[in-house]
Ligand binder design. Structure first.
Ligand code: 5GP
Ligand code: MG
Ligand code: MG
Length: 181
């Protein structure tokens, strides 16, 4: 589905820009894990396109697993208390884990998840996110690789949804408020 759609108020990142960014990130991640085995942990469902494109752009072999989490709290505000909806199939003890995420907003979800995976005995836990919003700066999480810093707006596309729609859009844009009001 093309980003050029009437429900999109403003285009933030085009499909071409995402492709270029992934080509830039992949060799850096390859180099970081050159002498280690890496387990990519994609966060469902938003990270599905990014995981697929990033892992295929990487040249080192990877293993992949998925988690689904949901943060308690009302509406769009993240509370920092996270519930695991689908856990990993993999034991992460002594593994080098790279969390693959679509977007970091408050950072609370990833802050909790990083601590959780370290508590299971992961040898290392790093984060790559396609998008990051300004509030992420307020929490202490080390995000090693960021695709794009974006403004504090509700965005959809390239995995990101509104009511399960727009995930298949090829780029990222700001949803028109007319759609949700
Ligand atoms: P936080 O970093 O606040 O703990 O939560 C991040 C999660 O909230 C993301 O993984 C994503 O699921 C959701 N989220 C945050 N900002 C947006 C947004 O602008 N659009 C969409 N569709 N989801 C978002
Ligand atoms: Mg997510
Ligand atoms: Mg969502």
């Amino acid at each position: 589905m093309h980003l050029n759609h009437p429900d999109i108020k403003e285009v933030l990142v085009t499909a071409e820009q995402i492709r270029e960014k992934i080509q830039e990130l992949a060799p850096k991640i390859d180099a970081f894990y050159a002498d280690k085995d890496v387990l990519l942990v994609g966060i469902l469902k938003g990270a599905v396109p990014f995981m697929a494109d990033l892992s295929r752009a990487m040249q080192i072999p990877t293993k992949q697993d998925w988690m689904a989490v949901s943060s308690y709290g009302s509406g769009t505000v993240s509370s920092g208390v996270v519930r695991i909806l689908k856990d990993l199939d993999t034991d992460v003890k002594d593994r080098n884990v790279l969390i693959v995420e679509d977007i970091i907003d408050s950072g609370l979800t990833l802050s909790w998840l990083t601590a959780n995976l370290k508590a299971r005995g992961a040898a290392s836990v790093e984060i790559v996110t396609l998008l990051r919003k300004p509030d992420a700066a307020k929490v202490e999480i080390a995000v090693r690789w960021v695709g794009f810093d974006i403004p504090n707006e509700f965005v959809v596309g390239y995995g990101l949804d509104f009511n399960e729609s727009y995930r298949s859009m090829d780029g990222v844009g700001i949803l028109s408020p007319a759609v949700y009001s």
